[in-house]
Structures are given as structure tokens and as C-alpha cells.
Ligand binder design. Structure first.
Ligand code: HEC
Length: 176
């Protein structure tokens, strides 16, 4: 072995733990600062939360925040519309929602009984603003730890899904 190679091998031996130690130090520093930032972000979110809640109108508290700004009136169930809604629901929502039990998101059986039909449509059409600003949606986000995505549905599609959900009341859901 040439003296150079011996020197090199010794260097490798010494460098191993040193490099490891340095990495661990950097990582620890990193985690600490991330934690600090997360805490700050949390405080900001809490502040934003309070101010947003003050900004919500009584209509928005009841019917959600979104493109629907007039209460959607519903009558007796329109079966044709509900059938369309069921198709759309199966295609776009069942990855995360079931009717009778919690999944990635809340069980949707009986949702039109616990929320207004307009609220349900705004949740479908404008989920981000809902879970950021509406106290009910924010609480669900905290519980489910998943952000409901905006699936880009039209109002008509959202209306049809809402009609379908009206046929899936709490009693129907319990029977599933
Ligand atoms: C990627 C998963 C995911 C998809 C896809 C999804 N959702 Fe959601 N949804 C959630 C989660 C999680 C929540 C609760 C937390 C939140 O608001 O982000 C939620 C909340 C809801 C709520 C509010 C429930 C309540 O009790 O207030 C409704 C209504 C809803 N979703 C309907 C739908 C419909 C209809 C579709 C299909 C067009 C759909 N979601 C697609 C995950 C999803």
C-alpha cells in the first residue's frame, strides 16, 4: 500500500463518523426550525380563522361559502335527477365517501338533514374556501386530516348529486 493509500484509508475512517455527526446536527437544527415555523403558521391560521368567522354572513354560516349565494329550494325528490346524481357520485366521490360509514371523508348518509342542500352544493363546488373559512368544514378537516379536492363539477352536476344525497337519509344509510 502506498503511503498515499494509507492516508486515504485513515481519512475515510475518521471522516465517516464526522460526516454522520454533522448530518445529524443539521437535521436536528432543521427539525427544530420547522417546528418553530409550524407553530407560527398555526398561530396565523388561528388568527385568520377568527377573523374569517367574523366575516361570514348569516347566509354563509347556514348555507356555506361559494358560488351559490341564494338558497336552493327543493321539493319532492326528482328521481331522474337523483339517478343522474348517483352516477356522478359513484364516479367522482366514492374514492373518499361512503353513505353509511366514515371513510377518507365523512359518511354522507343524512348529510342533507344535518346541512342545508345549499351548503352541500357549496361544499362540492368550493371545498377549499369552505374548509379554510367555514367553522363546520374546518372542524371536519381537523377530524379527517384530508382536504376535500375541488373536482371541477358544474352546478348542475352538484345539484344532481345533492338530489341523490337527499334519497340517502340517515335511515337509508343505517339500513346499508
Ligand atoms: C380526496 C377525497 C375526497 C373526494 C374525492 C371527495 N371528498 Fe368530500 N370530503 C372529503 C373530506 C376529507 C371531507 C371533510 C374534510 C374537509 O372538509 O376537507 C369532505 C367533506 C364533504 C362534505 C361535507 C360533509 C359534512 O358533513 O358537512 C360533503 C357534502 C362532501 N364532502 C361531498 C363530496 C362529494 C359530493 C364528492 C364528489 C363530487 C366529494 N365529496 C369528493 C374528502 C373527499
Amino acid at each position: 500500500m502506498s503511503p498515499n493509500a494509507v492516508y486515504h484509508a485513515a481519512f475515510q475512517l475518521v471522516r465517516g463518523p464526522f460526516v454522520l455527526g454533522l448530518c445529524a446536527g443539521v437535521l436536528a437544527g432543521c427539525t427544530r426550525s420547522e417546528k418553530g415555523e409550524a407553530a407560527e403558521a398555526k398561530t396565523e391560521a388561528a388568527e385568520a380563522h377568527e377573523s374569517h368567522e367574523d366575516e361570514l354572513t348569516p347566509f354563509q354560516l347556514k348555507n356555506g361559502i361559494g358560488p351559490i349565494t341564494e338558497e336552493v329550494k327543493v321539493g319532492p325528490v326528482d328521481k331522474g335527477l337523483a339517478a343522474q346524481g348517483e352516477k356522478a357520485f359513484s364516479a367522482k366521490c366514492t374514492a373518499c365517501h361512503k353513505i353509511g360509514e366514515k371513510y377518507v371523508g365523512p359518511a354522507l348518509g343524512g348529510v342533507t338533514e344535518r346541512r342545508t342542500p345549499t351548503y352541500v352544493m357549496n361544499m362540492i363546488l368550493n371545498p377549499q374556501e369552505m374548509y379554510e373559512k367555514h367553522p363546520v368544514a374546518r372542524e371536519l378537516l381537523g377530524e379527517f386530516m384530508t382536504q376535500m379536492p375541488n373536482l371541477g363539477l358544474t352546478r348542475d352536476e352538484a345539484r344532481a348529486i345533492m338530489e341523490y344525497l337527499r334519497t340517502q337519509g340517515a335511515a337509508a344509510a343505517a339500513a346499508k
